[in-house]
Design a protein around this ligand. Structure first.
Ligand code: SF4
Length: 283
């Protein structure tokens, strides 16, 4: 399991996403020295930078060079990818030593994506950024994160198809809108997972419990990376968890979801062929 030291580079952003989880009223931008200090305290051998939008920092390539000099093995940039529509900027970042990218896409077309980013032209810039990334001759890795919400879930299969057409390496389907019922989104998630499998691109979900993902448990990111993510969540067991074979391993369902929809969509898992593998993986 690769563990990344996650370092916040500030909340400034060139998009204004409707469902942004990091929006704060006042601008926050850690000083370079604070970033260096965070690197020095890192126990991990890999670093992930996130924001806001980390590419808006004019000292980003210097920060990446500093990470390289300190001997970290991997540097990941979590970004909306818009800045990479400028190939010169992208070359500066890649030449500094960053080859891992996680890019968020909200939809398969500008109507949905720009509506959700509330930024006209952002879809075109993000897609151009990914196309520019593909032109790099270095051995890069591109992951696409698709946050699922009420406004885009019917477009999920089309969004995954668009990502696959861009030649990306991995897809994350992130469940983050607690006004969207699992009953509505689940058929789209299953289609999206199968589409990606058929195209031999690894796909994982984030934020969905085992009982919802039955048969696809090995596509849950949590079994590889744990339940802690950049996005603050409070999980809670519900009345059916006590009879579930995953009870020890699974923290339950996001509290906000249970408040909104109750627990009727969940039922305990009584048996699965994956349990022993998953337990062995977690030690
Ligand atoms: S412990 Fe609860 S939430 Fe987790 S998989 Fe089992 S029934 Fe679902």
């Amino acid at each position: 399991m690769i563990r990344y030291k996650e370092i916040f580079l500030g909340n400034q952003c060139n998009n204004h996403c409707l469902h942004c989880l990091f929006r704060q009223k006042n601008p926050v931008k850690p000083e370079l020295q604070a970033v260096i200090n965070a690197l020095e305290q890192a126990e991990e051998d890999s670093v992930a930078f996130y924001g806001g939008e980390p590419t808006l920092r004019n000292d980003l390539s210097g920060i990446i060079l500093a990470v390289k000099r300190k001997g970290f093995r991997r540097i990941k940039l979590i970004t909306n990818g818009c800045a990479f529509s400028d190939i010169q900027f992208l070359l500066e970042i890649a030449n500094a030593g960053c080859y891992l990218f996680e890019i968020k896409i909200w939809g398969s077309n500008p109507d949905i994506h720009d509506y959700l980013t509330r930024t006209t032209g952002s879809f075109r810039q993000t897609i151009q950024g990914i196309e520019n990334l593909q032109r790099l001759s270095c051995d890069k890795f591109i992951c696409i994160r698709i946050p699922m919400c009420c406004q885009n879930y019917k477009d999920l299969e089309a969004t995954v198809t668009a990502a696959l057409c861009l030649g990306i390496n991995r897809i994350i389907l992130q469940f983050q809108d607690y006004h969207l019922s699992l009953k509505d989104v689940l058929p789209h998630i299953k289609n999206a997972v199968n589409l990606s499998i058929l195209n031999r691109v690894w796909i994982v979900t984030e934020g969905l419990p085992f009982c919802i993902m039955q048969g696809l448990e090995h596509h849950m990111s949590e079994i590889y990376y744990g339940w802690d993510t950049l996005f603050e969540k409070v999980f809670k067991h519900h009345q059916y968890c006590q009879d579930c074979i995953y009870q020890e391993l699974c923290p339950g369902v996001e509290e906000k979801y249970l408040e909104q929809f109750g627990n009727n969509e969940f039922s305990p898992v009584k048996e699965t062929k994956y349990l022993q593998d998953i337990l062995a993986f977690h030690g």
